[in-house]
Write a protein that binds this ligand. Sequence first.
Ligand code: NAD
Ligand code: IPM
Ligand code: MN
Length: 359
Amino acid sequence: MHIAVLPGDGIGPEVTAQAVKALRALAANGPQFEFTQALVGDAAYDAGGDPLPEETARLAERADAVLFGAAGTYDSDLRPAEARGGHALLRLRKRMDLFANYRPVFAFPELLGASTLKREALEGVDLVVLRELTGDIYFGQPRGISVVDGERVGINTMRYTESEVRRVAHAGFRAARLRRRKLCSVDKANVLETSQLWRAVVTEVAADYPDVELTHQYVDAAAMLLVRKPRDFDVIVTGNIFGDILSDAAAMLTGSIGMLPSASLNAEGRGLYEPVHGSAPDIAGKDIANPLASILSAAMMLRLSLGQGGMADRMETAVRHVLAEGLRTADIMEDGATLVGTEAMGDAVARELSRLATA
Ligand code: NAD
Ligand code: IPM
Ligand code: MN
């Protein structure tokens, strides 16, 4: 199994190294992984003038799966796209047609006290944000900054075709079928025509899934309900920009953005796996970032792209055990727990995986 490893920028390399460590610990007693590492983001731009070198993109396309860290930093975010580390990720998503981005939000019972929200609201939270990833205002044309009537005007275009909506809607219904059979489609159909189309197409697709309960929410209300009654959600399907924002907010149901993994899949089931968080320049290089989002992304990769459901289960169990032992990085730290750094958390998960293999 060939895995392309693209660590990227900031804490990307720190957390990705822990996921690779966990995969190596698993492989000690099973199928072998071959890792090929490549540059992406600011790291690639600084080395060769392109945030997504052709070599990196080809490697990602050829591999059985891609393990991604984070791309971009505050220093590069305001540059033109060609020189912006974070833009590499958008190019790769588009190039590989990774339209379905699954962001599972699972409130580990061990971490209910680590959240800023009340424990009673979080108990039993288990939802998935399915974010459309290759359309919307991220890619619509026209876009840019130009001068109109003597002043600068910034333009972006929210755009969805019905086929783009249909395929992600199908993905949403299929995901709901494997869970509690509830799908909530989130849009802004009271204002936006793109959302009116979105809602119409999702409603049409629903006819193929009579066993799934479909509801609709406006994005502003959905943001409120996610913190008020998060247990009510099963699968949320939404567009690119709404999904970006809602999933960061939903991360806090788990205690930290450092706990949220993701899988981005195309129609052939090829996938890129990455934590939902970014490069966190404020904590980079300090060995304090939480690597569990990256490790849980590797578990999703095992399950969804590599056909290794058993290994994925063991990886998630190892994370549970380490949390139950009371090990915590700073972002999920609580009274009475043991504070550990990025490396030590990765070591603990790898150690637990070795123990589970021989138990
Ligand atoms: P961020 O997710 O990097 O950080 C937000 C906050 O969460 C910061 O305070 C950070 O310290 C904290 N945080 C994030 N991950 C953490 C972890 N694993 N453990 C502990 N704390 C963690 O978002 P941002 O600050 O808005 O963006 C930083 C840079 O990353 C920007 O350049 C942005 O464009 C880029 N970005 C990249 C990706 C990606 O590659 N997928 C995603 C989001 C942001
Ligand atoms: C994410 C990030 C990216 C996005 C950025 C880095 C382009 O925030 O993966 O959630 O907006 O999609
Ligand atoms: Mn985001």
